[in-house]
Design a protein around this ligand. Structure first.
Ligand code: ISJ
Ligand code: MG
Length: 465
């Protein structure tokens, strides 16, 4: 990694092309500067006119946004074996070769990697997720970062020995104009034409089977998910959906990842892990109840949730596992001994935050590897619950329920668990929702719980009834 003082874009291009000529190979370059204020959804919307797929991330807790377009560099791991290590290794290799011009040193600027993993690389893949790899990160060509009210644009590109600085400069200026200096109105949000739940009866039978297995001592908890397929009147536009998610799901991360004709997006309340300056945060989120119609009713439901044996059990398995999973790589681990309520628009959860200090020799990817899947999405014990899911679930989870997020060259990053999500493809979409099955689970109650978990996405897709 070579780091230099501030340069004009033209000088940076000159220097990188010279280096590429000298080495007789392509050279990656990353240049970051501040820009004027721009709405992140506007930027995302404009990016549609450009070549390249878009990615979107916002964390509601610190008004932090990342919006990327195009792909300067890709990191992927094909085999399921050691996929986290492969991503890390390719990332380190890339970082050792990139030239960075970034005077700001703000988390989430520069050549950052945005992407995710599939839930279970050992599960048989279907055509549904054909556009997505099982481990896939993208260093966007153009990246908007909004942090603490400041706006940054990073341009990442790979130059070749035969490139011309003036030509590249012209292309970049044209794209910047397109992204930053236009006023294109947002299209209307979609309207759902048809809704189809996949095999609800079979799903309930599977919940009964899991409950029986748990009672027989096979496992303590198994998380089971299902799919709802919807169709739209017209081909969907993602920007108004994201806009709506940000406005309606205020306690959730909002994310989108485009790949070819598909877009995976959602509004998840579940942080997997965040690392900033070695400070680590993780979240135990499991145990669910609806919101009440009045304040009193809401408080009553919340109180019952806090004291409900079945939901507390679902939750406790997650707390124990996350604590154990980070114990060897962290110091000063703090875990409250009681959960609190985490209210969302359509439902409420039991929530226990976990704080720790990440030891210097570990990275966020090491932690993702240890945590995924937590018993909030897999179960306990991990391998047994995964085996049950693999064998019985009527669904290709793809990236649903798996880590999605970003990391930067300075060991900062954040991953959420991709729930409350949908995979959109033109005029159709698949929505996903799951729930933690324990020995007290009732199939009908779990079915209703998954129904409320569909509502955040259903309502922004124009189909809540
Ligand atoms: C699996 C999902 O959510 C998970 C399951 C929960 C539960 O069963 O109580 C609660 C939060 C999440 O950990 C989902 O939303 O699809
Ligand atoms: Mg539950």
């Amino acid at each position: 990694m070579i780091q230099t003082e501030i340069k004009s874009l033209e000088d940076a291009l000159h220097e990188s092309i010279l280096l590429a000529k000298h080495k007789q190979t392509a050279q990656m370059l990353s240049i970051t500067d501040t820009i004027d204020k721009i709405d992140p959804i506007t930027f995302f919307n404009h990016a549609k006119e450009m070549q390249g797929e878009r990615v979107f991330w916002t964390s509601p807790f610190d008004q932090f946004y990342l919006v990327g377009v195009g792909e300067a560099f890709a990191l992927s791991a094909h085999a399921s074996l050691k996929r986290f290590e492969q991503i890390e290794q390719k990332w380190k290799q890339m970082l050792s070769e990139v030239i960075m011009f970034n005077p700001h040193q703000v988390a989430g600027t520069g050549p950052i990697a945005m992407g995710g993993f599939s839930f279970d690389p050992s599960k048989q893949r279907t055509a549904l997720w054909k556009d997505f790899e099982t481990s896939q990160f993208r260093i966007p060509a153009y990246l908007l970062t909004i942090e603490k009210g400041k706006y940054y644009l990073t341009i990442n590109l790979v130059v070749c020995p035969e490139d011309h600085p003036q030509q590249l400069l012209y292309e970049i200026e044209t794209n910047k104009q397109l992204l930053l200096n236009r006023t294109t109105p947002l299209a209307n949000g979609p309207t759902i034409k048809t809704k189809h739940e996949i095999e609800p009866l079979k799903w309930k039978e599977m919940v009964s089977k899991a409950t029986e297995e748990i009672k027989n001592g096979y496992a303590d908890k198994i998380v089971l998910a299902r799919e709802m397929q919807v169709t739209f009147e017209r081909k969907t536009d993602v920007a108004p959906i994201l806009d709506n998610l940000i406005k309606t799901q205020t306690n959730s991360y909002v994310f989108a990842f485009e790949n070819s004709q598909s877009c995976f997006l959602g509004a998840t309340p579940e942080r997997l892990v965040r690392v900033h300056d070695q400070q680590l945060l993780s979240t135990c989120l499991a145990g669910t109840a609806p919101r009440g119609d009045t304040r009193e009713e809401d408080e009553q439901i919340g109180l019952e949730l806090l004291n409900d044996v079945k939901n507390r059990e679902e939750h406790e398995f997650v707390v124990q596992m996350i604590h154990e999973a980070i114990s060897s790589s962290c110091e000063d681990i703090q875990v409250p001994n009681q959960p609190v309520l985490y209210p969302l628009k359509n439902l409420q959860h039991l929530y226990t935050p976990v704080k720790a200090v990440l030891k210097r020799e570990y990275t966020i990817i090491d932690i993702v590897k240890r945590l995924h899947p937590t018993p909030a999405l897999g179960g306990l014990p991990r391998e047994k619950s995964l085996a049950f899911i693999r064998e019985n679930e009527l669904l290709d989870r793809g990236w649903y329920g798996a880590p999605i997020g970003w990391f930067d060259p300075h060991q900062n990053g954040e991953f959420a668990v991709a729930i409350r999500s949908a995979l959109i493809n033109g005029k159709k979409a698949s929505l996903f929702a799951g729930c933690g099955v324990v020995k007290e689970s009732e199939p009908e109650a779990e079915y209703q719980e998954t129904n409320i978990k569909f509502t955040p996405m259903l309502s922004v897709l124009g189909g809540a009834s």
